[in-house]
Design a protein around this ligand. Structure first.
Ligand SMILES: Nc1ncnc2c1ncn2[C@@H]1O[C@H](COP(=O)(O)OP(=O)(O)O)[C@@H](O)[C@H]1O
Ligand SMILES: [Mg+2]
Length: 250
């Protein structure tokens, strides 16, 4: 059994008087690919925001790779190896594909190294590596703003990979895509998980995608974890059927 790369204990957040996450305990093993599911407003995005420093938890503890990262700001969380792609696009539309990736690579290099003579060469190599990983080499000189939805998501994944993360969060990676684009995006995610041993946690509303691409599911409802387990275990769970899966006829 491999060690946990992520451990979350007693995580709480409220906005005003409303508890958005209630004492969440959660762990991931290095290399696993899992999903968080649940109705709109369940707290899925907030949970990812709490783990990546975009919100500060009111209570609880987040440990990544054996080191406590609770309450650290986003750039420090990123530097430790956690990356995320947003529900809303972070692409610069008036830059090319390669320029977008290079900007992310440089931002990460500034955070990691002091600038030295070979920084430019390393930046170029790293940009090429990330573009190749995401199958975007042939589109490197296209304007990012003109890409199809599926290629935009590929580019966002490329940007998220620029810092060589060990853990990647994807908030609704297939939102707004055609079935074909969603399939190809999730195939890329599977490949990154497999080839880079990248640990992946994603949220997703399409239960077909969830059941095909996640080895473990966590069902969040009103900020609390209702059920956790393999897709088959969650599907067989009565509470899961009642609060969420029933609506999706699963
Ligand atoms: N910055 C915020 N201020 C106040 N309420 C928020 C904020 N962010 C999220 N919420 C509330 O937290 C709850 C969970 O939201 P969210 O995490 O976006 O759910 P999900 O991603 O599962 O749809 C919702 O009721 C939402 O209105
Ligand atoms: Mg959300």
């Amino acid at each position: 059994m491999s060690a946990n790369i992520l451990e979350v204990a007693g995580l709480e957040k409220h906005f005003g008087g409303v508890h958005v996450t209630c004492s969440i305990n959660f762990a991931m093993q290095e290399g696993e690919q899992s999903a968080i599911i649940g109705p709109n407003g369940a707290g899925k995005s907030t949970f990812m925001n709490l783990l990546t420093g975009y919100h500060r938890p009111d209570a609880g503890k987040v440990v990544f790779a054996g080191e406590e990262i609770t309450g650290l700001p986003p750039h420090q969380v990123a530097r430790r190896g956690i990356s995320r792609a947003f529900q809303v696009s972070s692409i610069f539309g008036r830059m090319t594909v390669a320029e977008n990736v290079r900007a992310a690579v440089h931002a990460q290099m500034r955070a990691t190294f002091r600038l030295f003579a070979s920084a430019h060469r390393i930046g170029v190599e790293e940009t090429g590596r990330v573009l190749a990983l995401c199958g975007m080499e042939r589109k490197r000189d296209l304007m990012a703003g003109e890409l199809a939805q599926g290629d935009k998501k590929r580019l966002e994944l490329a940007i998220a990979l620029a810092g060589r993360p060990r853990l990647l969060f994807l908030d609704e990676p297939t939102a707004g895509m055609s079935i074909e684009e969603a399939r190809s995006t999730m195939e890329l995610v599977d490949r990154l998980n497999r080839e880079l041993k990248l640990t992946v946690l994603f949220t997703e509303h399409d239960m077909g995608i969830v059941f095909n691409h996640a080895r473990r599911l966590t069902l969040l409802h009103r900020g609390a974890i209702i059920v956790q387990g393999t897709p088959a275990e969650v599907r067989a769970n009565e509470t899961a059927q009642k609060v969420y899966l029933g609506e999706h006829h699963l």
